[in-house]
Design a protein around this ligand. Structure first.
Ligand SMILES: [Zn+2]
Length: 331
């Protein structure tokens, strides 16, 4: 589905079959010189067909299109390799480029070996590690054949036709997440940093990561901008971006409280065990119904909050054999 937002700016709803969020938004800023595509969908036929049909409908020559990735998750970056092979320059935040190097086995065997090693100390069984990888859309539909990407920094500008776009580094959902701001019409391409209907998880496996603090600071950073319309990575465009920022902050404060309550009986638990006992979407039993890939992302989000609570003096991290465990701080 193609929707014209402004002259030469189009929103494409790209389906994500069998995924809870159902679709990802790709944006096309058309130009007679170089067109810019923002995010693509998975490396999967249904996504490619949608993108190709949209380009044809808009009249974009795909040999003259570049790609901007808000972040490296496969639902946004899946077709980056395909576009690169058609001649696109692929722009992405530096810290996400570094992650992409970790997660894609460049030999073409998409086994995500680094990912498995990162998840291993946090309470997953060998079977869960194998099953999680097989099922994970980020693994199954990751970009292929993606060569060198072009790093963008906070404040960089890209010119596409008559539009000037400024890159805003918004680490949190991923460490290298980037938004794009168009100042004349006050548009914000917000990726997964700010979404209308829900608050994105923070994906963090690194024990020295600061994903939650980064995310909160990135929310505050946007308050300095004047935004008429936010164009998110999923679902509908929205105008009440300040209200969304408030909700996102309240959401993460509630996540912290929930995690502290889970650990209140002082038993050390792994990140996976804490994640299993948290409420998700207001339900204490939600974990049981999560597919394995969702259990992985829920654990990564929990780990981000555990590290945050440790860094703010509320929890202790302990190592037990090869496992990493968490408990309330004992004075
Ligand atoms: Zn996404």
């Amino acid at each position: 589905m193609v929707e014209e937002i402004l002259p030469d700016i189009f929103k494409i709803t790209v389906p994500l079959p069998d995924h809870a969020v159902r679709s990802v938004n790709s944006y096309i800023i058309a130009s007679s010189d170089r067109t810019l595509v923002i995010d693509t969908g998975w490396n999967r036929m249904a996504c490619l067909e949608t993108l190709l049909a949209a380009m044809e409908e808009i009249g974009v020559d795909r040999a003259h299109a570049d790609l901007f990735l808000t972040h490296i998750h496969a639902d946004h970056a899946g077709l980056a390799g395909w576009m690169a092979q058609k001649g696109a320059t692929v722009y992405c935040g530096q810290r996400d480029i570094a992650l992409m190097d970790n997660f894609i086995n460049t030999s073409g065997d998409k086994s995500w070996p680094v990912m498995q090693q990162l998840a291993k100390p946090h309470g997953f069984s060998t079977e869960e590690l194998t099953k999680g990888l097989e099922a994970h859309a980020g693994n199954r539909y990751a970009p292929e054949g993606l060569g060198q990407m072009t790093a963008v920094q906070d404040g960089d500008t890209l010119t596409v036709g008559s539009y000037q776009l400024t890159c805003i580094a918004t680490p949190g959902h991923t460490p290298g997440h980037m938004c794009l701001y168009e100042p004349t019409n006050k548009l914000l391409f917000s990726g997964d940093h700010l979404i209308g209907g829900f608050t994105p998880t923070i994906s963090q496996w690194a024990l020295d990561g600061t994903g939650v603090d980064d995310y909160l600071a990135s929310l505050d950073k946007l308050l300095a901008y004047d935004i008429s319309l936010a164009l998110p990575g999923h679902w509908d465009s929205f105008t009440n971006w300040q209200g969304r920022i408030k909700k996102a902050k309240a959401f993460h404060a509630a996540c912290n409280d929930d995690i502290l309550a889970v650990l209140a009986d002082k038993q050390p638990l792994s990140a996976r065990q804490v994640a299993a006992a948290r409420s998700w979407n207001g339900s204490k039993n939600a974990w049981v119904f999560f597919p394995m890939a969702r259990k992985w992302s829920a654990t990564a989000d929990t780990l981000a909050h555990l590290c945050h609570l440790r860094d703010h003096g509320q929890l202790e991290m302990i190592r037990h054999q090869e496992q990493v465990l968490w408990r309330t701080k004992i004075d």
